[in-house]
Ligand binder design. Structure first.
Ligand code: DGJ
Length: 731
């Protein structure tokens, strides 16, 4: 079958009388999600795709999918295990009387206009027999074409009900082929794109690390119908679970060729026993769709995140100098004030003091001691943090500082005082990772401690305006001394909910502080945590070549303005690779530019280049941070070229980045066609960020948007690790 979109394929062929009594339309400007419910019957998913005006015919679908006839399973919107349903379900309960099955049927729904852009629809489902119910909550973001879905379960049975599995969403699609793109990785190599054609059976992408869950694979995915995902054509769906804990995304191709995408909290070792009247609410699944390829997916998600799911998404991010790769743990006051002086001279706007500033009895001179003891190390920094923050401000910069408040080293005063706060599995030996243990955030006392750590650090100086929040291990051998013996399964869920409640308290008290989301690099890049943060550290790998791959994938979903991207020294500390400073800056300028090196190592021409680049970035950043990202050429196609561009919302300005990562033969030029410009506008092209002026023939010329998008440009980028940046300004 060729491209018969979404759902209930057989149903489409029928010509029965339409039944529209309970048709539920969840719509944005360009997307429709159409559901069909009738009291006492299964809730049917009729359609999810391009906006459709005439939805009357979808009523037919219901009649062939009702219970007691065949083949009804494919189109239930939120199937529970029970009845004839035999695929992986969205919901699995064990009722108070031990019954294993649940049959959810439509009860009612209501919609409300939250504001001009948002509509919330809640659909109430009810078990046929038991007093157990599910609320499906959809929020449609009109202009951004994003729909979020969460699920709430509650019951009034005579005893506890066990929730064994509760997905945030269950989407069924129908096409001839399905191509899944997901993003696997590891430390210093996050978000490696992998696209595969799905075959019958179940493909699972999941994390069971409890926290730092985005490092091995991200919950964000692309699903292309019929053919591999393209940038500017084809039907593509995207989803991302807004959750910082264990997740499970299942892609099940059934015997009828339907694809079922089940996404939510990972049920692994997490069954929850719920008393009557208690409610369990899942995190949001963030969904979007495009019939014009991945590019539109990115615009939808970036616009949505900047408006609704990123702190200060409308404000420009400062240029940062972070002390980590320049100083690691080896610094004193003089080293830091020198760095601040040098950063100020480069035009940097925010100095961030990374790890190593705390601990006295157990000084933090390496990663083996001090975590948990958040008092300034008096030997290294005798005048305290306030002095450094004031010093930065006196140089015209802002000041930020690193914390890792969920962790403790065994060698710390905290570990000795509160061994019971450490995540532990009964009497088993503790397993340190990076010499540290995880604090048990299911425990309200630990939540208070983590909040107070943040609070007390900020109280060290009114001039602290940025916090880098790190988390350098995941959870294993889990267990809690706070949770009862029969409650240990709650650990995974309650940890993340504890974390979120701390984030809430912090944001209530400190709405203006900039907070970076970091977890050994990109271990927590998800929409659940991002909501509370201004940016994330995409990877500890600062090597510009690797960053091209990491940032390409990351920015498919998560905004460039939130992608901290730092120029580091050469040879690179993670890879040993040597790359030109220009190449390193050009890559870092595609996100939130920063530097992470000892500034004194830059001398002469390099120093001048760096200050000019910082100055240039400040000029270009409104387009890069607040504009639309268009991918022109992927690094993953392995032709040794890649290119991205950013276009301002009014299409009056654009910035194009082009890279060659291998040596191409001398006669070859790099031909790219631009996107997103106004064909009727004319743009002055200037090559910027050059080391010694531009010899590019197009430099200083005016081109029409039409020419740039249809004929394109031939760029003299072909040497290994060469790059060009072009600035286009409407004339
Ligand atoms: C891991 C982070 O990703 C690094 O940027 C740095 O902050 C170190 N931790 C410090 O320990």
């Amino acid at each position: 079958m060729n491209k018969s979109k979404i759902m209930a394929a057989a149903a489409m062929a029928l010509t029965a009388t339409a039944l529209n009594a309970a048709q539920i339309k969840i719509e944005t400007d360009d997307i429709s999600l159409v559901l069909d419910g009738e009291t006492g019957k299964y809730l049917n998913l009729c359609y999810f795709g391009e906006k459709i005006a005439n939805t009357a015919e979808f009523g037919y679908a219901w009649h062939i999918t009702q219970p007691d006839t065949n083949d009804q399973y494919g189109t239930q919107l939120y199937p529970a295990y029970g009845g004839r349903f035999f695929l992986n379900p969205a919901l699995k309960l064990t009722h108070a009387d031990g019954v294993l099955t649940t049959e959810l049927v439509y009860k009612s729904h209501e919609s409300r206009q939250v504001d001009a852009n948002r509509t919330e629809t809640v659909v109430h489902l009810q078990d046929k027999l038991y007093d157990a119910s599910i609320d499906l909550r959809f929020t449609a973001y009109k202009a951004e074409n994003v729909i979020t879905q969460s699920v709430a379960f509650s019951h009034n049975e005579s005893g506890n009900v066990t929730v064994e599995n509760i997905a945030s969403s269950y989407i069924t699609l129908k096409a001839s082929d399905y191509y899944l793109t997901h993003f696997h990785g590891t430390w210093a190599n996050e978000m490696q794109l992998s696209e595969e054609r799905l075959t019958p059976g179940v493909k699972v992408v999941e994390s069971k690390k409890g926290m730092r869950t985005a490092q091995s694979d991200n919950s964000a995915f692309l699903l292309s119908l019929d053919a591999p995902a393209q940038e500017y054509s084809g039907e593509v769906y995207a989803g991302a679970l807004a959750w910082t804990g264990n997740y499970k995304m299942q892609f099940e191709v059934d015997e009828a060729g339907l694809l079922h995408i089940i996404g939510g909290i990972n049920p692994f070792a997490s069954s929850i026993s719920l008393a009557a009247g208690e409610q369990f609410v899942t995190p949001d699944m963030v969904l979007t769709y495009s019939n014009q390829g991945c590019s539109q997916i990115t615009h939808n998600l970036h616009d949505w995140a900047r408006k609704y799911n990123l702190a200060h998404g409308d404000l420009l991010r400062p240029v940062v100098l972070n002390s980590w790769e320049g100083a690691y743990f080896s610094f004193d006051e003089k080293v830091i004030t020198d760095m601040i002086d040098d950063a100020a001279a480069f035009g940097v706007e925010m100095f961030v003091l990374d790890d190593g500033w705390f601990g006295n009895k157990f000084p933090r001179n390496g990663d083996n001691a001090g975590l948990g003891d958040w008092q300034v190390n008096k030997k290294k920094l005798p005048h305290g943090i306030g002095y450094l923050a004031d010093y930065a401000v006196s140089k015209g910069m802002k000041f930020g500082i690193w914390i890792e408040p969920e962790m403790v080293n065994p060698d710390s005063e905290l570990a000795h005082k509160h061994p019971e706060w450490i995540v532990q599995s009964g009497k088993r030996d503790l397993l340190p990772m990076r010499n540290q243990h995880l604090l048990d955030l299911t425990n309200p006392e630990v939540q208070d401690f983590v909040f107070e750590t943040f609070d007390n650090v900020l109280k060290m100086s009114p001039n602290i305006s940025y916090i880098k929040w790190d988390a350098n291990r995941h959870a294993d051998n889990v267990g809690s001394t706070y949770l009862g013996d029969d409650q240990q399964n709650r650990f995974w869920n309650d940890y993340i909910r504890g974390l979120y409640s701390v984030y809430e308290r912090i944001r209530a008290k400190y709405p203006d502080v900039l907070i970076q989301l970091c977890s050994s690099g990109g271990g927590r890049v998800d929409f659940g945590a991002l909501k509370y943060h201004d940016e994330f550290w995409a990877s500890d790998n600062t090597n510009a070549l690797n960053r091209l791959y990491i940032q390409y994938s990351t920015n498919l979903f998560f905004p460039a303005m939130a992608t901290a991207s730092h120029v580091s020294t050469s040879p690179n500390h993670q890879t040993g690779m040597m790359l030109p400073l220009k190449f390193r800056f050009d890559v870092a300028m595609m996100g939130r530019l920063g530097m992470e090196l000892q500034p004194r190592q830059l001398e002469g021409d390099e120093k001048t280049f760096a200050s000019n680049a910082v100055k240039l970035y400040k000029q270009l950043r409104p387009v890069i941070q607040l504009g639309d990202l268009y991918r022109l050429d992927s690094p993953y196609d392995e032709d040794g070229y890649c290119s991205d561009m950013y276009v301002s919302k009014d299409r009056s300005e654009a910035v194009v980045f082009a890279f060659s990562t291998v040596y191409h033969n001398r006669t070859q030029s790099y031909d790219i066609k631009l996107h997103g410009l106004d064909p009727a506008k004319h743009y002055m092209l200037t090559e910027v960020n050059t080391t010694s002026g531009s010899s590019y023939p197009g430099n200083g010329k005016v081109y029409s948007g039409e020419f740039l998008m249809k004929a394109g440009l031939s760029l003299p980028v072909g040497g290994a690790y060469t790059s060009m940046v072009l600035h286009l300004v409407e004339q």
